[in-house]
Write a protein that binds this ligand. Sequence first.
Ligand SMILES: Cc1cc2nc3c(=O)[nH]c(=O)nc-3n(C[C@H](O)[C@H](O)[C@H](O)COP(=O)(O)O)c2cc1C
Length: 232
Amino acid sequence: MTDNWKKAGLPTELPDDPMHWADAWLTEALAGNAQRNPNAMTIATVDAAGQPSARVVLCKQFVPDPGYLVFYTNYQSRKGRELGVNPRAAGLFHWDAVGRQIRIEGIVVRSPVDESDTYFASRDWGSQLGAWGSDQSEPVESKEALVSQIRKRGSELGLILKRGTQDLSAGSISHVNRPPQWGGFRLWATDVELWLEGADRVHDRAKWTREINRVSEDRFSTTRWTSTRLQP
Ligand SMILES: Cc1cc2nc3c(=O)[nH]c(=O)nc-3n(C[C@H](O)[C@H](O)[C@H](O)COP(=O)(O)O)c2cc1C
């Protein structure tokens, strides 16, 4: 890989809307083969005592207009519980091979149930069973205990597990319902920073902010973005 990308910084006149740029960077990352999960994003949440925690999830949808992204998880997991008491998060993408980083901060709401249902239905049996089989973030006595819990829940669902937790087949059932404790979260962006690695550590940084106001359960009205260049 050449270092050509280092020469192309952010334009002098910053774009009006960072989410379309961020979307283009994500699309480029997905099109390239630079890393296994180009849509991997670190998501940081904060508990009731103010303790932050971070972990990687996959960004499954990026919606530049009106400006949110979607990830799926267990609502009872540590992150899910933290978002329940403090519905704010910071998301971070980093593509080392092209020297790009995106920071997105904002407010998190659950995805509409029909959207979570549709996404869950599109997943393979193994992923569906994973969502039913694991009480994410809860302690488990041993790997064997976990596998036997997954197998038990699989057979309760009507799935036939031939070997271990692998080699799943549908058995007599045609459809697995989404577990109610599993679904999407939408991170609505209020703050976005684009970071582009530059030569000699003269990196490009620019930050955009806007206000969002909740108008319904899962919709926000948004103000225009304002932008500022930041020192690296
Ligand atoms: C590449 C990668 C992708 C992951 N994707 C997800 C995901 O989309 N959803 C999820 O709940 N966990 C995902 N995980 C697991 C999380 O990092 C984490 O272990 C899990 O969500 C529990 O986190 P919590 O206990 O802080 O809630 C992923 C891990 C990696 C390394």
